[in-house]
Ligand binder design. Structure first.
Ligand SMILES: [Mg+2]
Length: 171
């Protein structure tokens, strides 16, 4: 039953995901979570390194859409300066927002990857849809209130997957 939380890949940081590698796998679009995936949940703006990451993806012709469960205010304030499309109040792990993002990018399910830091929302949702999923280590060690509840369950799932040798963090 834990398999539905198992990401296809896991990396330490979103910055480790490179356009060349995605293109090699015929990926044309990225759906990414915001809080603790791109920046810490309390951080209003992108870091310079992250801005470069977005530019590199754009230059490589890889579309990016931010899909976040957070409020429109938070997500819009972050995405607008980057000129990156977004869906807020996404209600992950429901798949509707993922499907909408894929449709808006004009892509197919097998042409996108979902990147996120949470098993219970990002990974589970993407897997339900059958989309390739990359889990990242949370940027900050703390979380907002709702996420804290999810993390308790998540820790148990992670421990289970680790024990089974199904998960480890790439260096
Ligand atoms: Mg997150």
């Amino acid at each position: 039953m834990f398999k539905k939380f198992l990401p296809d890949r896991h990396v330490k940081s979103i910055l480790d995901i490179k356009p060349e590698e995605l293109k090699k796998h015929h990926i044309k679009g990225i759906i990414t979570d915001l809080d603790n995936t791109l920046v810490a949940w309390y951080e209003p703006e992108a870091t310079p390194a992250l801005k470069t990451w977005f530019q590199e993806m754009k230059a490589a012709g890889i579309k990016v859409t931010v899909v976040s469960n957070n409020s429109e205010n938070r997500v819009k304030a972050f995405c607008a300066p980057l000129d990156v499309p977004f869906i807020s109040k996404a209600r992950k792990p429901l798949t509707k927002s993922f499907r909408r993002a894929i449709e808006k990018m004009g892509l197919k399910k097998d042409e996108v990857v979902v990147i996120g830091d949470q098993l219970m929302t990002d990974v589970w949702g993407a897997r339900r849809l059958g989309v390739y999923t990359i889990l990242v280590v949370p940027v900050a060690m703390t979380d907002g209130f709702m996420t804290r509840l999810n993390r308790k369950i998540e820790r148990q799932i992670l421990n289970h997957l680790r024990k089974k040798g199904l998960i480890y963090w790439e260096d």
